[in-house]
Design a protein around this ligand. Structure first.
Ligand code: TRP
Length: 446
């Protein structure tokens, strides 16, 4: 059976950038930048993206395109009779867990889309927004319904396949997302008093960086680029042999970074212009921003556009999460795409329920001192993704070999790889050491 692949270069880029650009860019990046003092953190983040993000992304893409199969089989093909395919199994498992809590947050976004379009959200007075948000996420039914809708939408697109589903919707949704974001950024930076927010984003004060901030920047570089779980191995397998994977990795990375920065330009100038604090943490876009929109002329409209945009960003990421899992089960167990997608989505919804309810009735259920949501989030962001990234770097550096990786990245020597030396050094030495340090630190061993 011939495998389906992406139909156009723009389609690949939209889908891969769609995976990378998600809640990580618009929800998480602004609040962790806000908590870590802004510009200095952002500069460090950019440094990690270039130093480690791009080489790892190239590695995932070349493994995928060489392997021409799902993430588990790709490792089996490149290193037969070894246990390296467990890296792929780790990736598929990570996708299940990530999707189950990511869809909880995406569900809150969908709830906010509905409430901002209905005009409800803009009518809430700023001092009540905290309890308004907590009321939504702690109820027992509503957030589950939204979570179900997020998963169902995703499944609907994935069932349609690579060209007619993933690629088609990414090609529509990504430009819409970009357009909305630019409109909102223009609104925000032209507010009176916006300059303080711009300074916060771009004028670094390196004294504000802490050890924790440095590791958070590194961890988030992985999370934001969807690295460490074989997303780009999977998408790489759908990419045409003629494409230049080096430039693709750069383009995906640039798109992801640009969107995170523009999201910062939407949020911080407005936050500062109206005298709010940038360091509210995870609630920044749910509680602080609606208060900001309330102050703004036509705030209700801008607010609706904003949450629609975040919803789109979340959806293009959940599509790729589901695709990793579905491509594995359809190819390995020869079950139809539709059947697998429905079964897997159902399991993810079941896994998602305790995540969502851990803000409500399961609030006091704790393991290792963490709620279910926090535990899932922590395991993925601080353990599974870095571990996956480490295994991928070790695989390319020590098992499959950077020569083979470079060969695939140059389309068998037909195109140049100007940074091949640097790539080799990073994948063999710098990336493993850096990742081991994050792993030890984030698990509390160091
Ligand atoms: N990059 C996504 C974001 O920024 C989150 C993410 C991490 C992800 N790994 C992934 C999404 C794998 C899809 C697939 O929100």
């Amino acid at each position: 059976m011939k495998r389906e692949g992406f139909g156009s270069k723009f389609g690949v880029l939209a889908a891969a950038a769609g995976s990378a650009i998600g809640l990580g860019n618009i929800w998480k990046f602004p609040y962790i930048a806000g908590e870590n003092g802004g510009a200095a953190f952002i500069f460090l983040y950019l440094f990690f993206i270039l130093l480690l993000g791009v080489p790892l992304m190239v590695s995932e893409l070349v493994i995928g395109r060489k392997g021409q199969s799902n993430v588990v089989r790709a490792f089996k093909k490149l290193a037969p009779n070894t246990k390296w395919h467990y890296t792929g199994i780790l990736g598929v498992s990570t996708a299940f867990i990530l999707f189950s809590f990511y869809s909880a947050v995406a569900g809150w976004i969908f709830a906010y889309v509905s409430r901002s379009i209905s005009g409800d959200l803009i009518s809430i007075s700023p001092d009540k927004l905290g309890s308004y948000f907590n009321g939504i996420i702690s109820s027992n039914i509503e957030p589950l319904i939204w979570q179900f809708i997020v998963i169902a939408f995703t499944a609907f697109i994935v069932i349609a396949g690579i060209k007619k589903g993933v690629e088609k919707y990414s090609k529509i949704l990504m430009p819409v997302l970009f357009g909305l974001l630019v409109i909102l950024a223009v609104r925000s930076v032209t507010l009176e008093g916006a300059s303080k927010g711009i300074e916060f984003l771009f004028k670094p004060d390196f004294a504000s960086l802490t050890g924790k901030g440095i590791l958070e920047a590194l961890g988030h570089a992985f999370f934001s680029l969807s690295l460490g779980m074989g997303t780009l191995v999977t998408y790489g397998s759908y990419i045409n042999k003629k494409e230049n994977l080096q430039t693709m990795a750069l383009q995906i990375t640039m798109a992801d970074t640009l969107i995170a920065l523009i999201a910062g330009l939407v949020i911080f100038p407005a936050v500062f212009a109206y005298g709010f604090q940038p360091d509210q943490g995870p609630e920044l876009i749910f509680i602080t921003l609606p208060a900001v929109f309330k102050e703004m002329p036509l705030g209700g409209i801008f607010q609706s556009l904003f949450f629609v945009l975040v919803g789109i960003a979340a959806l293009t990421s959940t599509i790729s999460l589901l695709e990793i899992i579905v491509s594995y089960f359809t190819e390995e167990y020869k079950i139809s795409r539709k059947k697998v997608t429905i079964i897997v989505s159902f399991i993810i919804f079941l896994l998602g329920i305790p995540n969502t309810l851990s803000f409500g009735i399961l609030e006091n259920v704790k393991l290792f001192d963490k709620t279910i949501f926090d535990l899932f989030n922590f395991s993925v962001s601080n353990v599974m993704l870095p571990l996956g990234g480490l295994l991928i770097a070790l695989f390319v550096g020590k098992v499959w070999g950077t020569k083979n990786a470079i060969n695939e990245a140059t389309n068998d020597g037909k195109i140049d790889f100007p940074l091949a030396k640097g790539y080799t050094i990073i994948i063999k030495y710098i990336a493993p050491v850096a990742i081991i340090i994050i792993l030890l630190y984030s698990t509390g061993i160091l």
